[in-house]
Each structure stands twice: as C-alpha cells, then as structure tokens.
Design a protein around this ligand. Structure first.
Ligand code: GDP
Length: 179
C-alpha cells in the first residue's frame, strides 16, 4: 500500500469539506456545520498498473483546513510533507478562480513544486446545469491556467458526486507514476 498526504486549499465556502465528505463517505449534507473538528480523514483507492495488470492500493490521508483559510494563512504543519493538493474554486463565483490562483502561488512557495501533485478543482458544477445559474468561471480559462502551471484540472460537484471519484483516481495515478 502506498500512502499520500493530500491537503485542501481554497477560500471559505467553495466546498472543500463537502468534496472530502463526498469522496470519503459518499454523501452530501447541505446543513453540515462548516469545518470545525473533523479535519483529518482517509480513503483508499485502487490503481491498476497497465504494464503488468497489478493492482496497488493507494491511501489518501486528507487534511482539511479546519477553517484556517479565513485567516489567509495556514500553519506550516498543514503543508509539511504534502504529496498532493486540491486547490478549489466555486464555478459560480467569478473571483474565486483568482483566489485559487493565489493559493497555488502560496503552495508553490511553501512546499516547492517538484514533488507535489496539484489539482485545480472547479466545484458546484450542479448549480450550472440547466439554465438557472450561468457558469461564472470559464472552464477554458481555468484549464489553460492549469496547463500553464502544470496542474491537473477537474470540474466536479460535491453535491451530486459528479467527477469526484474520477478526480481522485487521476490524482492517485499521477502520484503512483511519480512515486
Ligand atoms: P468549505 O468552507 O470550502 O469547506 O465549504 P463547505 O464544504 O463547508 O461548503 C460551503 C457551502 O457550499 C455549504 O453550504 C455546502 O452545502 C455548499 N456546497 C458545497 N459543495 C457544493 C456543491 O457541489 N454544490 C452545491 N450546490 N453546493 C455545494
């Protein structure tokens, strides 16, 4: 089994805890208290090695911010030895991509980019289905930024679960390849 530390970054209310809950418990609770307390969870996935068809179990140790992002800086122990990071924005909030970009910069300075898999995540995709809420952050723009910066990019909904498993799977594969 391989074990990796994954941290979450992004402004308050973009849905960081909800993404973790969807991945770990496969559930969504609209009225859950915002992150206080349960800031540490783990979940395993299986990665298939395409060359020899062997399966490897990858365990994510997931550190949620416990609301520290409100103070605009995170404790050094939060970043220390992180292998992967989800930098989350809200697809319905135009300024949240710029904020996510700020977190990417902070991450790269604090951790160093070489041994870190970073995934840019647009969350709350469900709100843009149908005509009700227009998507405020252009997918193409986010994707181009991710590509420039060497980040993975996924759009997801913690509410419906859309894209969440696939995202963790692709992060696991990248970690496995670079182990
Ligand atoms: P955090 O502060 O980044 O950890 O955000 P939370 O996970 O606490 O979520 C903030 C708010 O957004 C809560 O009211 C959630 O119910 C809501 N939320 C989170 N993810 C989604 C999503 O995918 N779709 C919708 N519609 N709401 C979401």
């Amino acid at each position: 089994m391989l074990q990796f530390k994954l941290v979450l970054l992004g402004d308050s209310s973009v849905g960081k805890s909800s993404i973790v809950h969807r991945f770990v418990k496969d559930s969504f609770d609209e009225f859950r208290e915002s992150t206080i307390g349960a800031a540490f969870l783990s979940q395993t996935i299986k990665i298939e090695d395409k060359t020899n068809h062997n399966e490897t179990v990858v365990k994510f140790e997931i550190w949620d911010t416990a609301g520290q992002e409100r103070y605009k800086s995170l404790a050094p122990m939060y970043y220390r030895n992180a292998n992967a990071a989800l930098v989350v924005y809200d697809v319905t909030q135009q300024d949240s991509l710029a904020k996510a970009q700020g977190w990417v910069t902070e991450l790269k300075t604090k951790v160093g980019e070489d041994d870190l898999v970073i995934c840019l995540v647009g969350n709350k995709l469900d709100l843009c289905e149908g005509e009700t809420t227009p998507k405020a952050v252009d997918s193409k723009q986010a994707q181009e930024y991710a590509q420039e910066q060497g980040l993975l990019f996924h759009e997801v909904s913690a509410k419906t679960g859309e894209g969440v498993k696939e995202m963790f799977q692709s992060i696991g594969e990248k970690l496995y390849e670079s182990k």
